[in-house]
Design a protein around this ligand. Structure first.
Ligand code: AMP
Length: 287
């Protein structure tokens, strides 16, 4: 069984022992309901540090009022087992009081301007303020040498990088590749909300990202590529928040043949909101 701590004092005592021995500490922040995508981050953490801490906290401040905070799947026992198998040393499972000691209403909020207002930020106002605020707290509590985040949440990764640079956290940020189901659907805790027919249709997201990549490689105009993807997704039954091509820094590209472009899609199937992205210079066999 993996060692699990809920309190800040206990967490700090544990970390102090490792630090005294000069061990490099990795942090993998999660909201739990762990799947092979999360486990791959733990394994990557193992290769980047001597000790690996995972946090499981369904952070209320990153959910909008009409979102799925209450029904977000919570599976602490299975999470603990999976973390132990993946090579994690310590599970930090805080309650709201440990993360927000003054209460959620009184909590200091961190805002990343610009980046937090586009794409995911435009569709989910306040979401990245919640993410930046909780990750900054986790960084201060754990004080890791390295922290790992999935490319699956590409914009989140950019927000975290901005946070770390601007607030001078001495933490290396290491991204992990997106782990997918055999048909290409990006693994996500929210996939289990999908009904059988929705699950069959969900694969259209990665299919469209691949088509966008192929069309960009042919030099087709970006606006046309985006519009076609939007129409195909809508025809398949999605309510699309965005289907776009951006530069790695999420700025708008001038032309589709620029290096380092990335396609990003967010779309809803019924009540389930799915996101995915594809870096166009990733090797074709990778996804
Ligand atoms: P979450 O529990 O959804 O907040 O995710 C915790 C971490 O796991 C984040 O850094 C995510 O980007 C990452 N993650 C989620 N899904 C995947 C996936 N399919 N492949 C790789 N990393 C993922």
């Amino acid at each position: 069984m993996i060692r699990t701590v809920a309190g800040v004092a206990e967490l700090r005592a544990h970390l102090a022992g490792w630090r005294e021995r000069g061990q490099r500490i990795a942090l993998v922040p999660t909201m739990g309901n762990l799947h092979p995508g999360h486990h791959s981050l733990i394994e990557l953490a193992r290769r980047n540090a001597d000790r690996v801490v995972a946090s499981v906290f369904v952070n209320p401040t990153q959910f909008g009022p009409d979102e799925d905070f209450a029904r977000y799947p919570r599976t602490p026992e299975a999470d603990a087992e999976g973390l132990a198998r993946a090579g994690c040393d310590l599970l930090f499972l805080p309650g709201v009081e440990a993360m927000y000691p003054l209460g959620v209403e009184a909590a200091v909020r961190i805002r990343v301007p610009g980046l937090a207002d586009v794409l995911e930020g435009a569709a989910r106002p306040g979401h990245f303020d919640g993410v930046a605020s909780v990750v900054a707290r986790l960084f201060n509590l754990v004080r890791p040498d390295v922290a790992l985040f999935g490319r699956k949440d590409y914009q989140q990764l950019q927000v975290i990088r901005h946070l770390v640079r601007d607030l001078a956290f001495a933490i290396d940020i290491v991204p992990g590749p997106t782990v997918r189901e055999p048909d290409g659907l990006a693994m996500s805790s929210r996939n289990q909300y999908l009904g059988a027919e929705e699950r069959r249709v969900a694969v259209e997201i990665i299919r469209n990202l691949r088509t966008m990549r192929e069309q960009a490689a042919l030099g087709l105009p970006i606006a046309g590529i985006e519009q076609e993807a939007l129409e195909r997704l809508a025809a398949a039954g999605f309510a699309v928040d965005y289907a776009v091509i951006r530069r790695a820094d999420l700025g708008r590209p001038e032309a589709g043949n620029e290096a380092g472009l990335i396609g990003l899609i967010a779309a809803r199937l019924g009540r389930t909101r799915l996101i995915d992205n594809l870096a166009f210079d990733e090797p074709l066999d990778a996804c």
